[in-house]
Ligand binder design. Structure first.
Ligand code: G4P
Length: 286
C-alpha cells in the first residue's frame, strides 16, 4: 500500500488518531528496524502522551542484530517498552502479549483496587505505511479471534478484536505519515522500499545506498564479497563493477547502470546482501 500525503490527509489522519487514542490504554507503534527513526511519525509522541507505549522494532530479521539491540536500549531508556520481531512469525509475536500486560500494569492495578475485575486492556496499532501493521495484526490476532463488535459507549463502527481475556485490539491500524519533508528521511524510506520507485531516480538512489554502506565496514565487506567489488573505489566505480560482474549489459554492449542499480536495491531490500541498519542511535539525541 503506497501513499501520497497531502496536508488534508494528514489533518484527517491526525484527527482520527486523536479520537481512537482516547479509547485505548496502550499505543503499539511499529517502526522499521532498518531505519527506526526515519520510519517514525513526528507527532506520535504528542498524540500518545499519557498512554502506555510499546515500540515494535519490526522487520528485525532484515536489520543488523547489533543495531537491533542498540535501538532497543535507546528506546527503553526513553521509557518505551520495546520488542524486536518479524511480524510474519507467530512464534516471535507470542511474547508481545506478556509485554502488553507489563506495559499496562499500572492500569490493571488501578482497576483491581477499584474492584474492577477482568476488564481487558485496550490497544491500537499505529505506524507509517509499509512498516508491517497489517501483517502484525493478522499474525497476532489470527483467524480464531472473534471480533467483539460495537460496544455501548464506544464510538460507533469501531471493531475490537478480543485477543484473549486480558487484551483487546482495535482492528484497524492508525496510519501516520513520515517526516518526508526531511530529505535524508525520504531517501532512507525510498531505500527500504517504502516510497514508490517511479518517483525517484534509481541510479542516484543506488549510489546513495553505496555511500551509506561504505560508512560501515562490515556492510561494505558483505557487499564487496557479494558482487566482487574493490571496496575503496568511488560509488560510481562500484556500481560499474556491479554492472560488469553481474553482466548488466545493454543491447549495444554498453553497461546497464540502471539494471545494476535496481539489482543492488532489490538485494538490499530483501536482506540478500546481509542484515543492515541505516541509522544508529548515537546519531540522535541521547
Ligand atoms: P502496513 O500494514 O504497515 O502498510 O504493512 P504490511 O503489513 O502490509 O507489510 C508490508 C510488507 O512488509 C509486506 O510485504 C509484509 O509481508 C512485509 N513484512 C511485514 N512485517 C515483516 C517483517 O517483520 N519482516 C519482513 N521481512 N517483512 C515483513 P508484501 O506484502 O510482500 O509487500 P512487498 O514486500 O511486496 O512490498
Amino acid at each position: 500500500m503506497q501513499f501520497q500525503w497531502y496536508p488534508g490527509h494528514m489533518t484527517k489522519a491526525k484527527r482520527q488518531m486523536q479520537e481512537d487514542i482516547k479509547l485505548v490504554d496502550l499505543v503499539i507503534e511499529l517502526v522499521d528496524a532498518r531505519i527506526p527513526m526515519s520510519s517514525r511519525n513526528p507527532d506520535i509522541d504528542e498524540l500518545g502522551k499519557n498512554k502506555a507505549r510499546l515500540i515494535l522494532l519490526n522487520k528485525a530479521d532484515l536489520a543488523d542484530e547489533k543495531q537491533n539491540q542498540a535501538w532497543t536500549s535507546y528506546f527503553e531508556e526513553k521509557g518505551y517498552f520495546v520488542v524486536r520481531m518479524d511480524a510474519r512469525s507467530k512464534a516471535q509475536i507470542k511474547p508481545v502479549n506478556q509485554v502488553i500486560l507489563e506495559a499496562c500494569k499500572e492500569k490493571i492495578e488501578r482497576d483491581r483496587r477499584r474492584g474492577i475485575k477482568n476488564r481487558p486492556v485496550r490497544a491500537m496499532v499505529v505506524g507509517i505505511p509499509n512498516v508491517g501493521k497489517s501483517t502484525f495484526i493478522n499474525s497476532f490476532a489470527g483467524k480464531a479471534c472473534a471480533k467483539t463488535g460495537n460496544k455501548p459507549g464506544v464510538t460507533k463502527g469501531k471493531q475490537w478484536i478480543r485477543l484473549n481475556k486480558s487484551v483487546e485490539l482495535l482492528d484497524t491500524p492508525g496510519i501516520l505519515w513520515p517526516k518526508f519533508e526531511d530529505q535524508r528521511v525520504g531517501l532512507k524510506l525510498a531505500l527500504i522500499g517504502s516510497i514508490k520507485d517511479e518517483i525517484l531516480n534509481i541510479d542516484e538512489m543506488s549510489l546513495e545506498l553505496i555511500r551509506l554502506l561504505q560508512q560501515e565496514e562490515a556492510y561494505m565487506t558483505a557487499m564487496a564479497a557479494r558482487y566482487d567489488l574493490t571496496p575503496e573505489e568511488e560509488p560510481v566505480k562500484l556500481l560499474e563493477q556491479v554492472a560488469t560482474n553481474r553482466s548488466c549489459i545493454k543491447k549495444g554492449g554498453e553497461l546497464d547502470y540502471s539494471k545494476a542499480a535496481a539489482l543492488l536495491l532489490d538485494e538490499f531490500r530483501s536482506g540478500t546482501i546481509g542484515r543492515m541498519t541505516l541509522e544508529k542511535p548515537e546519531e540522535y539525541d541521547a
